[in-house]
Each structure stands twice: as C-alpha cells, then as structure tokens.
Design a protein around this ligand. Structure first.
Ligand code: NAI
Length: 299
C-alpha cells in the first residue's frame, strides 16, 4: 500500500499543546502536512491560558524537520476560531484539514453541577467544534476538498456518572458532524468523529499507570490521519479508538412495529417487538429514517 501523505496539505489541530492533539499534530506533520498547532494553554478544567504548550509542540515538529506555526486562541469564541483559521491562511495560504480536539472537563454529579459548569463545557466542546468548523467551512468549500475530524467520547455516546455537561456536549458534536457530513458531501468535505480513549492529563487521575501505558495517544492518531487523508471515503461516521482497538459506532433503529390501535396498553403489549434490536440498522440521514416509519404508517 502507498504511504499516506499530506504533502501540500494544511491542517489545524485544536488543543494540540498536549495529549491527543499533540500526537495528531506530530503525526500529520511527520507525513508532510503544514500544521497550525492551536492551544489555549489553560488547565484541564478550562482556567487560565499560556503560550508555552503550543510553542513546545511547534518546536518538536520543527526539530523533526516538519512545518508548523503556533496559535494561542480559544476555540470557544467565533472570534478566536476565526483567528485560528486566519493563521492557517496567513502562514500557509490555505486550509484542508481541521482536527477539532480541544477540550476541558468539569466533572461533577448533576445535582451539584452549576450552570457555569454546564455552559463552559458546552462552549468549549460543542460550540468550539462548531466555531472552528464554521470559520473553516468557506475555505474548505472553495478548495473543493476538506477533511474534518471531530472528537466525541464514550461518555456522550453511552453516558457516564458525573459527566452530564460533557456527555451532552460530546453527543451534540455527533449531531453536528452528521449534518456537516451531508452538507459537505458535494464539495468533497468529509466529516467524521472519533471517540478516543488515551493516556492524557484528562485520564491520568482515573486510570492506573499500567493501563495508561497501553493507551498511548500515538495509538489513536493513525485513525485520525486516515480520516484526514485524501483516500478516506467515509463520512458522517463515528469510530471508537484506543490502544489499537478501532471500531465503527452507529446509532441504529430497530425494525419497529406499526400499531393499528393506539392506546397505552397497545404500546405495552408490543413492548418486546418495540425493544427488539435484532434487525436494527443505521440510517444515512433523517429522511431515510423517516421512510422506515412511513412504511409502517402507510403500508
Ligand atoms: P488534554 O487536556 O491533554 O487536551 C485538551 C487540550 O485542549 C489541552 O491541551 C487544552 O489546553 C486545550 N484546550 C482547552 N480549552 C481550549 C480552548 N478553549 N481552545 C483551545 N484549546 C483548548 O486531554 P486529551 O485527553 O488529550 O483530550 C483531547 C480530546 O479528546 C478532548 O476533546 C477530550 O474530551 C477527548 N477525549 C479524550 C479521552 C481520553 O481518554 N483521553 C476520552 C474521550 C474523549
């Protein structure tokens, strides 16, 4: 198989000053991409800022012979996102690849969660992913090429105690990606989402060191690079990835039932069939999903 390369491609990686983003940026740069290394440089819960995290990764890339520039703006405002995208245009003249990876945690049980914890987490993850995608979209369309890789989490896909804000933001990213994949299709803009698991400052306190050593960010980045490559044909998909494990994740709908009588008791009697996922399948968009419902209704 030919090497997967990114020569003449320009990539933005948000939150690339450490953890997964750093690893994605290093891999893309090692394969020829010119990379905007974006990081606000704050703490894991979104306090403060500094330039040193992004600067260090830019130095690493340059030391290895790659091309990179630093960007210190936050993804959480459209203004910040526009500056990140402007940096790509200024430094490298165009933009092809956006890796939306920046994130923070404000873990707390729902009963104790403040509205500020909710707003901040949604602002960075969900609105941040939208902001950077929105700022980039025109350039990708003009290019007639774009690869966007977003970052969700098992907490969003399946739920996790203490992460109501994070789960909502992360599943919101899947919804955003589904529609951007549809709207980007005619411009060869592919939008996919990863649900990673990896050693980082986010997971260092929740997993034992011997497990974390098997979950290096470097085992996640090859999937990101594949999804960012010209040859990637998939779009609108979600992939779980960590430690070398990679699997497609899908939202599926069962074959369902078409009730002819419409009382709550009719629902109760059909519960087994309603709950049955043995013939479940994913749908490519809302219209095809509605089509299955309408077959029951009309047929
Ligand atoms: P990390 O904390 O090392 O990386 C996140 C980076 O985003 C940090 O460098 C941080 O400074 C930066 N950042 C935070 N707010 C920002 C903002 N407003 N603008 C720009 N940069 C900002 O953590 P990790 O684990 O590498 O996380 C990367 C992504 O992967 C996050 O979206 C996270 O939610 C997601 N994720 C990670 C998992 C894991 O097992 N490590 C599990 C599931 C999802």
């Amino acid at each position: 198989m030919a090497d997967i390369r990114f020569d003449n491609r320009v990539a933005i990686v948000t939150g690339a000053g450490g953890g997964l983003g750093r690893s994605h940026a290093l891999l893309l740069a090692s394969r020829g991409a010119k990379v905007v290394v974006n990081d606000l440089g704050g703490s894991f819960d979104g306090q403060g800022s500094s330039q040193s995290m992004a600067d260090k990764v830019v130095e690493e890339i340059r030391a290895a012979g790659g091309e990179a520039v630093a960007s210190y703006d936050g993804v959480d405002t459209l203004e910040g996102a526009e500056k990140i995208v402007a940096k790509a245009k200024e430094a490298f003249g165009k933009l092809d690849i956006v890796i939306n990876n920046a994130g923070i945690l404000r873990d707390v049980s729902f009963v104790k969660m403040t509205i500020e914890d909710w707003d901040k987490v949604l602002q960075v993850h969900l609105t941040g992913t939208m902001n950077v995608s929105k700022a980039a979209w025109g350039l990708l369309r003009d290019n007639k090429f774009g690869r966007v890789v977003n970052t969700t989490s098992a907490a969003g896909l399946y739920g996790n105690f203490g992460q109501a804000n994070y789960s909502a933001a992360k599943l919101g990213i899947v919804g955003l990606s589904n529609t951007l994949a549809i709207e980007g299709a005619k411009y060869d803009i592919k939008v996919n989402t990863i649900a990673p698991i990896a050693k980082s400052r986010m997971t260092e306190t929740v997993m034992p060191p011997e497990v974390l050593e098997k979950l290096l960010p470097e085992y996640v980045s090859p999937l990101v690079a594949y999804l960012a490559s010209e040859g990637c044909a998939s779009s609108g998909e979600v992939y779980a990835v960590g430690g070398g494990y990679i699997s497609r994740v899908a939202i599926v709908e069962g074959a369902g039932v078409g009730l002819k009588q419409h009382s709550p008791e009719d629902v109760a009697s059909a519960w087994e069939q309603i709950s049955d996922l043995s013939k479940a399948r994913p749908f490519e968009n809302a219209m095809t999903a509605a089509g299955q419902a309408m077959q029951h209704v009309l047929g």
